[in-house]
Design a protein around this ligand. Structure first.
Ligand SMILES: [Zn+2]
Length: 303
């Protein structure tokens, strides 16, 4: 699938502009070792060309390349799915549903649902724990005003970044030491060597004994860096996040924030991956369908 390497707009328009081309790409991504029946896993399959379907010779199940995936039952042509995926992979600060609606000439709800389904495929199911030198910092992003909350409503985001490695952005319910401790332990492994933070009072309480021995702090009221002691790399990720929230999505409600953070991290952690577009499509064709009802319920539950 080398044609999908370093995807650009011209290549996308040339190679992924018909239903048939997109279907062939999805087929290769879904079944790299040949078509298999999703029901009984048999590889004895007949292709029914006229209907773009497959017929399982063992259990007679009929299916298409999109059956049981997030592409299923979508009235949206596959080239629009591919274009939306490309745009979401390509836009460093993300793309809003409103922008996608205009770019792809779809309805708003279609664009919104599309964004969320692509975003859902971008979630790392079991991200590996970070080690080496890690920076931890907290930031506040302005959420949408909630009626029962005070005026200055801000959501806490904890950022953890391994130098020369991955980034995690986690929506925290507050910035108390106990909350931050849970987040640190879920994201930092025992192979951590140095932990850098600012002199905030949160961290001495949030770190355990072993982590405290590795802890170095920078006094931000005096300097930004002291030798290699700084939190600049996690802060640069925060500024990208804030530009995304302010510039692209305008405001993000608390219930949508974790999904946006995951999308941001996925793109950031894959910034050097020449196969980002292909890998995202592969995750989409391999993840189970996310029904509209399920998606909106999930988002409401998370609120
Ligand atoms: Zn079968």
């Amino acid at each position: 699938m080398d044609s999908l390497k370093n995807m650009d707009l011209m290549k996308l328009m040339h190679d992924c502009d018909t239903q048939e081309e997109c279907r062939m790409i999805l087929e290769e991504l879904r079944w790299p070792n040949g078509v298999r029946c999703p029901s009984c896993k048999s590889d004895k399959i007949s292709r029914i060309r006229v209907r773009n379907q497959f017929d399982c010779d063992s259990c007679r199940y009929q299916f298409s390349v999109t059956s049981g995936t997030i592409f299923h039952d979508s009235h949206l042509p596959l080239p629009k799915w591919f274009a939306a995926t490309y745009l979401m992979c390509e836009s460093k600060k993300g793309i809003s549903a409103l922008q996608l609606k205009r770019t792809l000439n779809t309805g708003y709800q279609t664009a919104w649902y599309l964004c969320h389904r692509i975003r859902a495929a971008m979630i790392e199911v079991a991200p590996k724990k970070l080690g080496g030198t890690v920076e931890i910092d907290e930031t506040y992003v302005a959420g949408k005003k909630r009626r029962w909350r005070a005026k200055n409503d801000a959501e806490v985001v904890i950022g953890i970044r391994q130098r020369n490695g991955d980034l995690r952005l986690i929506h925290a319910k507050d910035a108390k030491s106990a909350t931050v401790r849970e987040i640190i332990n879920a994201n930092i492994g025992s192979h951590v060597e140095v932990i850098m933070t600012d002199e905030s009072a949160i961290y001495p309480w949030a770190l355990d004994k072993m982590q405290k021995n590795l802890h170095k702090t920078i006094n931000h009221s005096r300097e930004y860096a002291h030798g290699d002691v700084h939190t600049n790399t996690v802060e640069s990720a925060f500024s990208l996040l804030k530009r995304g929230i302010v510039g692209t999505w305008h405001k993000v409600s608390a219930k949508h924030l974790p999904a946006y953070l995951d999308e941001m991290c996925f793109r950031f952690n894959n910034r050097k991956n020449p196969y980002l577009f292909r890998d995202t499509l592969a995750k989409m064709i391999q993840s189970p369908n996310l029904e509209f009802k399920e998606l909106t319920a999930k988002i409401q539950d998370a609120a």
